[in-house]
Design a protein around this ligand. Structure first.
Ligand SMILES: Nc1ncnc2c1ncn2[C@@H]1O[C@H](COP(=O)(O)OP(=O)(O)OP(=O)(O)O)[C@@H](O)[C@H]1O
Ligand SMILES: [Mg+2]
Length: 113
């Protein structure tokens, strides 16, 4: 159920590193964890040992193959950051995509508010 946003108003301070480590350690403790990259930079995956060329499935694409590293399911959520339908769902606890038992760790770009 928790959606944990990792964000800093200043870039380059280790936000993505923190998001990845938080996700990995929660997964190691037995939690069902997904890490969501909301940034254009698309660099969260690098902290899981993936390469820039390896694309992540979109969070809202149920048909895409899942990628999991260290027990953490990895998703791109860049396309959702300005999606008004998605924003509306966040405000509705019963219909929120984060209403289940999973823990979601979100890497949010420094420039996003
Ligand atoms: N714990 C750490 N120890 C040493 N260097 C680190 C650590 N965490 C991150 N770095 C380095 O600091 C730089 C920025 O890290 P990171 O990508 O996590 O920051 P960020 O805040 O997400 O940056 P951006 O604003 O570009 O998204 C990278 O070069 C990374 O290798
Ligand atoms: Mg980052």
């Amino acid at each position: 159920m928790p959606l944990i946003l990792c964000h800093s108003p200043k870039g380059g301070v280790g936000t993505s590193f923190i998001a990845a480590q938080l996700a990995i350690h929660l997964a190691q403790r037995g939690h069902d964890v997904s890490a969501l990259d909301f940034t254009y930079q698309d660099s969260l995956k690098l902290y899981f040992g993936l390469t820039p060329a390896q694309g992540l499935p979109e969070l809202n694409d149920g048909s895409a193959d899942q990628i999991a590293v260290s027990g953490v399911a990895l998703f791109s959520a860049y396309g959702l950051r300005r999606d008004t339908t998605f924003q509306d769902l966040l405000g509705k606890p019963d219909h929120s995509p984060f209403a289940g038992k999973k823990i979601f760790i979100a890497d949010v770009a420094a420039g996003d508010r």
